[in-house]
Design a protein around this ligand. Sequence first.
Ligand code: CTP
Ligand code: MG
Length: 235
Amino acid sequence: MRAAAIVPAAGRGERLGPGEPKALRDLAGQPLLAHAVRALAEARSVDVIVVAAPGGQESRVSRLLHLVAGDTELHVVTGGRTRQQSVALALQAIPDDIDVVLVHDAARPLVPDEVIDAVTSAVRAGADAVVPVVAVTDTIKQVDTAGRVEATVDRSHLRAAQTPQGFARIVLESAHRDAAEHGLEDASDDAGLVEHFGRPVMVIPGSEDGFKVTRPIDLLLAEAVLARRRSAGVH
Ligand code: CTP
Ligand code: MG
């Protein structure tokens, strides 16, 4: 059996400011999405990639990504109105012989292939759902609507969730089906849906490089990380 990676890439990137859809913004000469797809294609454990593209950009995205996907089977579908819907649409395009599904944000272009392969391995070892996480470094305050601090949260139990998140295919499909039946349509991550419906979710160590490009400063950070890799001879 083979593993597939879904790449939700249909968001607008409002927090990044005006311009093209975020997945198509430039990072060191290539769109964010091309970096993310290359990382998945280079990971040993990924056999098929399904991208949920911004509406109207499907053929452009397809042309662009065939250049970076190499031998990895690539499909491009039209994304939806929310991230959850984009993932659900991509899930429908997954070939029958896939038993492990990863979901990876186009907005995380620098994820190391070790993390991708570790997520797949954890699912193959029997986990229903796997999330790479990193420690939270800021002190976190819980506040009320008046701006008053209610509590300083104990950070030792907090983790920031990254992608790719990995799933046994049937677990992810049934979580998305249940979510749609219950009118849930705006979940920000897939492991959250699995958790919501009572299935266990495991964590494994993520990576600093797996951060999400959300605001303009994140693009500067990504440029710096790439420059460091290039000077070290890694792309
Ligand atoms: N995404 C998607 N379909 C949507 C919304 C988001 O496929 N309707 C994807 C984005 O392209 C991104 C990932 O989900 O790769 C994570 O979402 P986020 O970082 O929130 O990206 P955007 O929604 O594009 O950004 P913003 O929320 O700032 O508009
Ligand atoms: Mg968004």
